[in-house]
Design a protein around this ligand. Structure first.
Ligand SMILES: [Zn+2]
Ligand SMILES: [Zn+2]
Length: 269
């Protein structure tokens, strides 16, 4: 499968001259399974999701969007996804199940007047909204394991995708310093690539803990602990300019292959 990073920021967009190389869109990663020519699976629907419309070259989106959790920076691109908001689109949106509410109702809490002009039903095309419990299932031909992770404010999942024995884990918002479950360790064991929250640096640790996030050290140490082959630093602080991100992977000594995610980055897995 191929990952294409469409948005790599956390919290809120980061426009401006200091952010052009790594990009300012919030979290979204497109996945093109082997044998497919365009993405059929998307991890999170931050503002980066808008870029998928261009990637599809005029075609409608037909596939699934796996949402890690319902914070704004992971869903705000949904109503602005033109390739999904058209009559010939087929879009399944999957969110973490919580509070005995339907997927539609969970999204409608964010997407309905007066906070937003339309409800989920206002999207054009064949849209479906599902609330998913943790576990393993098949999505768009890939094995998908949803596992609950420590974060703040609502249920949050990490997703592990598997195709022909190759595995990538996507854990965009996570506070490993607060706790790492056995279920998460098992799901991440030996992954080829771990895409992980790296919003903070060690000197910012008090804020990382308050906000339910990871430091770069946390991300690297978790990757080492589970025996990942590569770690991708993701969900960058909106205040971290390009020059800061250039050196972010150097702050932790490690033998691991480290990549600092940037908009447009493609990874074959
Ligand atoms: Zn986030
Ligand atoms: Zn969050």
């Amino acid at each position: 499968m191929k990952l294409t990073f469409l948005g790599v920021r956390g919290s809120t967009c980061a426009p401006g001259a200091g952010f052009v190389r790594y990009g300012g869109h919030t979290s979204s990663v497109a996945v093109t399974p082997a044998g497919a020519t365009t993405p059929t699976l998307v991890l999170d629907a931050g503002t980066g999701l808008r870029s998928l419309t261009g990637m599809l070259g005029g075609a409608a989106f037909r596939g699934t969007i796996l949402v890690s959790h319902l914070h704004w920076d992971h869903v705000q691109g949904l109503p602005f996804f033109a390739a999904g908001d058209r009559p010939d689109a087929t879009v399944r949106v999957v969110v973490p199940a919580q509070d005995d509410r339907s997927g539609r109702d969970l999204l409608a809490q964010l997407m309905s007047p007066p906070g937003f002009p339309i409800t989920p039903e206002g999207l054009v095309g064949d849209w479906r909204f599902d609330a998913l419990e943790p576990g393993t299932t098949q999505v768009e031909g890939l094995g998908v394991t949803a596992v609950e992770v420590e974060h703040k404010g609502g249920r949050t999942y990490g997703y592990v995708l598997e195709e022909d024995g190759r595995r990538v884990a996507y854990v965009p918002d996570h506070a490993p310093a607060v706790g790492v479950s056995d279920a998460l360790l098992a799901a991440l064991d030996g992954v080829d690539v771990l895409v992980h929250d790296a919003q903070f640096l060690e000197w910012e640790r008090p804020r990382a803990r308050d906000y339910g996030h990871a430091t770069v050290d946390d991300a690297v140490h978790l990757a080492e602990r589970v025996g990942a082959a590569k770690v991708v630093l993701f969900h960058h602080s909106p205040g971290r300019v390009d020059d800061d991100l250039d050196t972010m992977a150097d702050v932790v000594p490690t033998e691991l292959d480290i990549v600092t995610a940037s908009e447009g980055l493609e990874l074959e897995i």
